[in-house]
Design a protein around this ligand. Structure first.
Ligand code: SAH
Ligand code: SF4
Ligand code: F3S
Length: 479
């Protein structure tokens, strides 16, 4: 795990990560690309761990690889198209290099196994998100010339006992999966179909992983789940205790357990769901300095009727009530969101409601998308995708413009404030500067001084660009 590289250091949807660890001349070489969300990135670390025990080390040099694996995303049509293009390139490489194996992992595996394996003959191997333990066995078959596939979804698999190979370069921040799958069935979303039923991971294994990361020098963990607030251990979804001999754990309690690992280990979490995020979680964040004051709370739309059609389980008023709770309990916190424009039947007025909600909340960041119809989802079966492409695009542009305005206002308001930041990496623009984030998750760029990656530094914000805060080192923290 000494030499670890990653080309892009923030795992946002749509970005691609090329991963490398443990170069070892004697082993077979795996080239692993990860698309989609942080959950996929985290899964790639589990895959690297499973395959490392079976003679594979990861490489960033595709030309020396014996096996290419793509961990894929189905969330929007565009994500799938990107992967398909990539697979066509690999098909050509396979012709030039007999014996090279290509496999598809992740969310597209589930959806497109037949098309990928049979119709288009693009890949040798298709493995769904719950079947990674079967990879060595499947690879064995593939080496023997057979196509192999396992896309079975599980109600139990959490990979709790697998210690992921950390594929990020800096050794400061890491993801820890706490739940897998999703039971929410938002009508636009493919995730419940690609990743199956929601299940929570044993809290003791989560705490042990956090402790191990801290001991190895990591200073920040992000707890991952499609809906972290519905984390529950030893409880049914109705709240009944399963085994009276084991304590039950909900998300607030889990965060407290991870928060107590070490005051110098920052804790982040994603994604919070407005319908389930209770005050108890906010109170735990308030109680622990090292649990970060940043909440990603996707709203999707500012109109209650649209939210109902989306099957999100809350109204505009409920969402605003949760925002009010955050501002009351965590006055320093920043809030970011996800927004979809042009969902089935969305009227101009309903779109205006999204803009007005943005004005009310003033998000510090947002991920904004045009609605993309996904096969099998409730929306595909029940509603017509009837907002014309140019209208979806125009609404998206309007949403983006409002967001940029708010972001800049927020950044300008930060000038003059002092924060403790955790140094994550050298700045992309200058070798002489570091990038560190504050508790609120804003990126700050500042001169290196005598600090190193992994240090906590007090900085004062002196300026901003559209995307980052510019800072200088100070000796004191804000009182
Ligand atoms: N579990 C998270 C979201 C996971 S998907 C949650 O519930 O918030 C990440 C984001 O992708 C979603 O929040 C949504 O904004 C967007 N998204 C999901 N399906 C989409 C679709 N069919 N078209 C456009 N955007 C979509
Ligand atoms: Fe998809 Fe909704 Fe589950 Fe998020 S909560 S993953 S949007 S079904
Ligand atoms: Fe994509 Fe699957 Fe994540 S569809 S966003 S990789 S859960």
């Amino acid at each position: 795990m000494e030499s670890i590289e990653k080309t892009i250091d923030e795992s946002k949807q749509g970005e691609v990560l090329v991963l490398e660890s443990n170069p070892n001349k004697n082993s077979k070489k795996l080239y692993l690309e990860s698309y989609g969300c942080a959950m996929n990135f985290s899964d790639s670390e589990v895959v690297a761990s499973i395959l490392e025990k079976n003679g594979y080390s990861t490489t960033r040099n595709i030309d020396e690889s014996d096996l290419i694996l793509l961990n894929t995303c189905s969330i929007r049509d565009k994500a799938e198209q990107t992967v398909r293009k990539r697979l066509t390139t690999f098909k050509k490489m396979k012709k030039a290099k007999p014996g090279l194996m290509v496999g598809v992992l992740g969310c597209m595996a589930e959806r497109l196994k037949n098309a990928l394996l049979e119709e288009e003959k693009l890949v040798d191997l298709v493995v769904g998100p719950d079947a990674y333990r079967d990879l060595p066995n499947l690879l064995h078959k593939t080496e023997g010339g057979q196509k192999s596939v396992n896309v079975l979804l599980s109600r139990e698999e959490t990979y709790a006992d697998i210690s992921p190979v950390r594929l990020d370069q800096t050794g400061v921040t890491a993801f820890i999966s706490i739940t897998r799958g999703c039971d929410n069935m938002c009508s636009f979303c493919v995730v419940p179909f690609t990743r199956g039923r929601e299940r929570s991971r044993n809290p003791l294994t989560i705490v042990a992983e956090a402790r191990d990361l801290f001991d190895r020098g990591y200073r920040e963990v992000t707890l991952l789940g499609q809906n972290v607030d519905s984390y529950r251990w030893n409880m049914s979804s109705k709240g009944e205790v399963k085994d009276p001999n084991i304590p039950t754990t909900n998300f607030a309690q889990l965060m407290e357990m991870v928060g107590q690992v070490n005051p110098k280990l920052r804790v982040r979490f994603s994604t919070s769901h407005p319908k389930d995020m209770g005050d108890d979680v906010l109170e735990v964040i308030a109680k622990y300095e090292n649990i970060c004051d940043y909440i990603h709370l996707p709203v999707q739309s500012g109109n209650s009727e649209v939210l109902k059609k989306m099957n999100r389980g809350y109204t505009r008023e409920w969402y605003l009530n949760r925002i009010e709770a955050i501002k009351r309990i965590l006055p320093e916190a920043t809030i970011s969101t996800d927004i979809i424009t042009g969902f089935c039947g969305e009227t101009e007025e309903q779109h205006q409601d999204t803009l007005s909600l943005m004005e009310e909340v003033k998000f510090s960041a947002a991920y904004m998308y045009k609605y993309s119809e996904r096969p099998k989802t409730l929306a595909e079966r029940k509603y017509e995708d009837n907002v014309p492409e140019e209208v979806k695009q125009r609404r998206l542009t309007e949403v983006i413009e409002v967001q940029h305005k708010h972001q800049l206002e927020y950044f300008k308001g930060e000038i003059g404030k002092t924060y403790e930041v955790l140094v994550e990496r050298v700045s992309k623009k200058s070798e002489d500067e570091f990038m560190g984030r504050n508790s609120q998750s804003s990126s700050c760029i500042f001169p290196k001084g005598n600090y190193k990656i992994g240090d906590y530094v007090n900085v004062k914000i002196i300026d901003c660009t559209k995307a980052t805060l510019i800072a200088e080192i100070v000796e004191e923290v804000r009182s």
